[in-house]
Write a protein that binds this ligand. Structure first.
Ligand code: PLP
Length: 393
């Protein structure tokens, strides 16, 4: 049976070139970068070369890049690091968008229990934050604003440049979760005026369990993981050199190939969405009227359950998702679609298709054929579909 992977926002396969770049660091160049001898020096060299590559990609200085275990840890270090930094009072205020990844939202929920207050910014029907709402939410005790570059479910791009300006003018730190954007869109920490920026390697054909946090020089944080003086004291623990080398290599390839990638993937998504709209009734493509990541498509089908759609797609060899992989198994419709005001009947029938380098036109044709059959089949047995008043989207 044909196999089609359409869940690249959840994770990507390792690029074989990245694997080759990592290979020597498992067995030959295995040293601890903190060791003073030759083995250590070789590892240290690879670590610092990789740091330079990551820094260059986002317009930062190498000493502003801290390697972490991925996007989740980077987000935690940014939020908790600001909340608990030296001299901060325990009751500071944070502003975050209501469509952030759970790595941000759940961390904020925990900080609230510890006395901090958090404003969760609303989004409009396309999933975008209004920068005026950011301005209006600022208080005398606001310590951090955190808004993502691109949403992992809809792909919508947030007005992060404007928000960065507001934060800078107000003297408030700005964190941007750029996990889904880096390597797919140009991201520059100067243009964004961001003080903290999270990246993850496994979204860009790099290994899992590695990522980084940009910490603007002069910004003080409290480390979350304490121990030895690794990573300039921001994150203790012996660095995973093979993973770090792979991450930097994956980023380099992604940036070099970005123009071709964007064009090819945009055309594939256009084909997918226009065929779906042509051939299936009562479907809504979310955030279609604003700028989105070129490879992400989130679509809602009236009168079906996303879980059933995904199960039937899987039986036909197609792997898609109903939102973030980190929220799989949660019965509630996605917090992102709820924040956008999507009625729960439609949100429940929403799936995310995220394309990648390996996808072809043939994959798109196959997917649309299967999707058309599956939606038709499920609607035939849906009580909602037989009621015409439920059909409007
Ligand atoms: N932030 C966003 C926007 C994400 O999409 C993800 C992963 O899906 C994360 C953070 C977490 O990254 P990681 O899987 O590297 O912990």
């Amino acid at each position: 049976m044909k196999q089609v992977y359409l869940d690249y926002n959840a994770t990507t396969p390792l690029d074989s070139r990245v694997f080759e770049a990592m290979r020597p660091y498992f067995m030959e160049t295995f040293g601890n970068p903190s060791s003073p001898h030759r083995y250590g020096r070789l590892a240290k060299q690879a670590l610092e070369d990789s740091r330079r590559v990551v820094a260059r990609t986002i317009g930062a200085e190498p000493e502003e890049i801290v390697f972490t275990s991925g996007g989740t840890e980077s987000d935690n270090l940014a939020l908790r690091g600001v909340a608990y930094r030296k001299g901060s009072n325990r009751k500071g205020h944070m502003i975050v968008s209501s469509i952030e990844h759970h790595a941000v939202i759940k961390t904020c929920n925990i900080l609230e229990k510890d006395g901090f207050s958090v404003t969760y910014l609303p989004v409009d029907g396309q999933g975008q934050v209004d920068p005026d709402d950011v301005k209006k939410s600022i208080r005398h005790d606001t310590i951090l604003i955190s808004v993502m570059f691109a949403n992992n479910e809809t792909g919508v791009l947030e007005p992060v440049g404007e928000i960065g300006n507001i934060a800078r003018e107000s003297g408030i730190l700005f964190h941007c979760d750029a996990v889904q954007a880096v390597g797919k869109m140009p991201v520059d920490v100067e243009a964004l005026r961001t003080d903290l920026l999270s990246i993850s390697s496994h979204k860009i054909y790099g290994p899992k369990g590695i990522g980084s946090l940009f910490i603007r020089s002069g910004v003080e944080l409290s480390p979350v993981i304490t121990g030895g003086h690794h990573e300039m004291g921001w994150r203790a623990g012996t660095e995973n050199i093979a993973a770090i080398v792979g991450f930097a290599h994956a980023l380099k390839i992604a940036v070099e190939d970005m123009d071709v990638y964007q064009k090819t993937i945009f055309n594939l998504r256009h084909k997918l969405e226009s065929c779906v709209l042509d051939r299936i009734d009562q479907v809504k493509i979310y955030s279609a009227d604003v700028c989105r990541l070129p490879h992400t498509s989130c679509m809602g089908f009236a009168s079906v359950e996303a879980e059933s759609v995904l199960l039937h797609l899987d039986l036909k060899g197609i792997a898609a998702s109903s939102g973030s992989a980190c929220t799989t198994g949660e019965p509630e419709p996605s917090h992102v679609l709820r924040a956008m005001g999507i009625p729960s009947t439609l949100a429940q029938g929403s799936i995310r298709i995220s394309l990648g380098r390996e996808n072809t036109e043939d994959d798109i044709h196959y997917t649309v054929d299967v999707l058309e059959q599956v939606i038709d089949q499920l609607r035939k047995i849906s009580s909602q579909w037989s009621n015409p008043s439920q059909k409007a989207v």
